[in-house]
Design a protein. Structure first.
Length: 272
């Protein structure tokens, strides 16, 4: 994987510096993604005393593909080592409730920083770089607040503000290839037969692409922010310059050695 750039290095998950926060703070329900129910704040029974997952190397085989695709954008280690100064919730149980409440907020902030970092590198959005930089500074400021202050952050307010900047960025980046037929924001494309489709510059923000056949599709400069790519078949697809694509989305999809990804993303180990 190529370097994500200096502004996004700290947005890569480092589980060794975390306290298993994603395995405790977040809830999940028995489904195709998780083998059983778990409430928020309840440690997963697979979490070991060293904060490592006991079935990490066989999550999919054990019914936990949802865990296999998860990405915290580096929020886990930030909460553990910066916000709480290296105090873990087992040794300092008085921190547990607040730490678990702060983690999802921090993850949301870090995800916004990931998108802003990408936007800052887009030449087509040069006219917006001032707004992008200002938004980045504000989100970074929030990540450095105390735990009590972060707990009170209304993440939705900042998501809406940043999304307005990202949407304008997307429009500028896709300007040359925008077509009415590929303005598919929020479209229900579950299981759609899109093999070989020319979707360059398409607006697929928030689109439901679960199980879609996108083999060989051209998704260069397609805006994929928030698109649900679970089980989408990306074999042979070109996403090399796709906009706002995350590791989380890639991990949830299917692909192979011929799938072209942005340089900052890893090819998932389960792709054949």
């Amino acid at each position: 994987m190529s370097s994500p750039g200096p502004g996004r290095v700290n947005l890569l998950a480092d589980c060794a510096q975390c306290f298993g926060l994603c395995c405790v703070a977040l809830p999940f329900a028995a489904s195709a993604d998780f083998a059983f129910d778990k409430a928020a704040g309840q440690p997963c029974p697979n979490l070991q005393t060293d904060f490592r997952c006991g079935i990490h190397n066989s999550l999919r085989q054990n019914g936990f593909p949802g865990c296999a695709v998860f990405d915290c954008f580096g929020a886990g280690q930030h909460v553990a080592q910066v916000t709480f100064g290296g105090r873990d919730w087992r040794q300092a149980p008085d921190t547990a409730e607040q730490m678990f409440a702060v983690f999802p907020v921090m993850r949301g902030l870090h995800e916004l920083l990931w998108y802003l970092g990408e936007a800052a590198g887009l030449v087509a959005a040069k006219s917006l770089h001032g707004r992008i930089a200002a938004a980045t500074r504000e989100i970074e400021r929030l990540t450095e607040l105390s735990a009590a202050e972060i707990e009170r952050v209304v993440i939705g307010d900042y998501q809406r503000a940043v999304d307005a900047v990202l949407l304008h960025t997307s429009e500028l980046a896709r300007a040359e290839f925008r077509r009415k037929s590929t303005e598919l924001r929020g479209a229900d494309l579950m299981g759609a037969k899109l093999r070989g489709t020319k979707l360059r510059g398409a607006n697929l923000r928030g689109a439901y692409l679960i199980g879609a056949d996108l083999r060989g599709a051209d998704l260069r400069l397609a805006d994929l922010i928030g698109a649900d790519l679970r089980a989408a078949d990306l074999r042979g697809a070109d996403l090399s310059s796709a906009l706002f694509l995350t590791q989380f989305q890639v991990n949830a999809a299917r692909g192979d050695e011929s799938t072209k990804l942005p340089a900052v993303l890893n090819r998932p180990s389960h792709w054949c």
